[in-house]
Design a protein around this ligand. Structure first.
Ligand SMILES: Cc1ncc(COP(=O)(O)O)c(C=O)c1O
Length: 439
């Protein structure tokens, strides 16, 4: 028998080297500048200014030792993932460039892309949980996330405890103590604190700084990461990793993709949190496909422009809707009435976003009449696209939520959720005005 050939330690050049230069003359370059070229070297692709789409299922190794070394990265024998390209369920040039660029927005060490926001969330949760563990989460969460924790993880002996978005430090402390005791009873650990802020669809904010302080006081910070769904205000107006979160989660389908033409998701954070999730993604699949990764790179070039414009539009539209006689109220982060929510907003956010709730005076009938009379805004679920969308959560996205829980969350039949796009704001106001007239 011959000895196995040791893998050689001379590193293969990365196909898409991470450029060191993120500064010029001491000036740190902004994400919007870096989105044009970071992580891509045209020399490696025939000078093509834009990265080509790499439609391949597998990658040729330069030699057998390199193949072995790359698999050591894939299987976790070497931390940090493979240093070369291997197989398209594990990695690919488009996904790697995308992940490098996503990391920049949140100031993260590493990022992972997925085929949907829900794939990102579910693979991440599975990677951190074992039988007997407890998940702590804020509420409400996006309905599918809440359902996965309550109905799917529970099948594997993972339980949960939740607290309402907006909870105080004392309330969060009490819930973490309860979770710790529950985990001890079950022979497990508190596997993750999972947050969503602003929450879907209420726009309630979670105080991530208070959650971090509480986690650090009660639990082991190396064992229980804090993850936060930043879909509604990230990456532009919210940087949760700067305020105590360990992992930031996105449905890239929304503002980051931004054109309502793709479905994708991501997580970002320190490598030590990304490595176990990457390992499970390697096993289960669920990485974004090359075409979607390419579309997201295009979208990232304009994400700041699009979000700024949508945010300014929403401000104008909400100012019009606020005092309209057919409007009962408006849930927009530019008009917060609760002082503790305003305090969280002032500390953690730099913009009010462009997704809000409009309470039409009346009930479902009036909400439907408003929706059915919109001419520019489209009647569709989702948010964060270039076009304005409107829907009725109680009758659509949250139809399956029990009435009692809906009432508790303030998801009333007259609630219309609106995501403002980048159209002309006065045209949008004219559209909302005529649709309200028809009510
Ligand atoms: C806050 C939030 N998180 C996660 C998701 C799930 O994302 P996806 O539809 O990309 O799976 C959504 C979808 O609406 C969402 O609104």
């Amino acid at each position: 028998m011959t000895d196995a050939i040791d893998s050689v330690d001379t590193p293969t050049p990365r196909r898409n080297p991470k450029p060191e230069a993120k500064t010029i003359g001491g000036r740190e370059l902004k994400p919007s500048t870096l989105m044009m070229g970071h992580g891509y070297d045209p020399v490696l692709s025939e000078g093509s200014l834009k990265a080509p789409i790499f439609l391949t299922s597998t990658f040729a190794f330069e030699n057998s030792a390199a193949g072995k070394r790359h698999f050591e990265g894939i299987t976790g024998k070497r931390p940090g993932g493979a240093e070369g390209l291997v197989y398209s369920r594990f990695n690919g040039p488009n996904q790697e460039i995308l992940e490098d660029r996503l990391s920049i927005w949140d100031g993260a060490e590493d990022a992972l892309s997925f085929s949907s926001g829900m794939t990102a969330i579910t693979v991440m949760l599975l990677a951190f949980c074992a039988q007997g563990d407890v998940i702590v989460h804020s509420g409400p969460l996006y309905a599918a996330t809440e359902g996965f924790v309550a109905k799917v993880l529970s099948k594997f002996g993972v339980t949960y405890v939740d607290f309402p978005a907006g909870a105080s430090r004392e309330e969060i402390d009490a819930v973490l103590e309860k979770a710790k005791a529950q985990a001890a009873d079950q022979g497990g650990k508190v596997a993750m604190v999972y947050l969503e802020s602003p929450a879907n669809p209420t726009n309630a904010l979670v105080d991530v700084e208070a959650v971090q302080a509480s986690r650090d006081a009660i639990l082991d910070a190396d064992e229980t990461p804090i993850a936060i769904d930043n879909t509604f205000l990230g990456p532009l107006w919210s940087r949760p990793l700067d305020h105590g979160a360990d992992i930031v989660v996105y449905s890239l389908t929304k503002y980051v993709g931004g054109h309502s033409d793709l479905v994708a998701g991501s997580i970002a954070g320190a490598k030590k949190w990304m490595d176990p999730v990457r390992a499970l993604r390697n096993t289960m699949g669920g990485i974004a496909d090359p075409n979607t990764a390419w579309m997201l790179m295009r979208s990232l070039e304009t994400v700041e422009l699009r979000m700024e414009r949508a945010g300014r539009n929403a401000e104008k539209v909400c100012a019009f809707l606020k005092d309209h006689p057919k409007v009962e109220g408006i849930g927009y982060l530019g008009f917060i009435s609760d002082p503790s929510q305003q305090d969280i907003f002032d500390r953690l956010y730099t913009g009010a976003g462009s997704t809000f709730s409009l309470f039409v005076k009346g009930g479902e009938e009036e909400a439907f009449r408003f929706l059915d009379n919109l001419k520019i805004a489209k009647l569709a679920v989702s948010l964060g696209g270039t076009e304005t969308l409107a829907s009725c959560p109680a009758a659509m996205t949250h139809l399956s939520v029990p009435d009692e829980r809906k009432a508790q969350l303030g998801i009333t039949p007259n609630l219309v959720r609106i995501s403002i796009g980048i159209e002309d704001p006065d045209d949008l106001i004219a559209d909302f005005a005529q649709a309200l007239d028809a009510v």
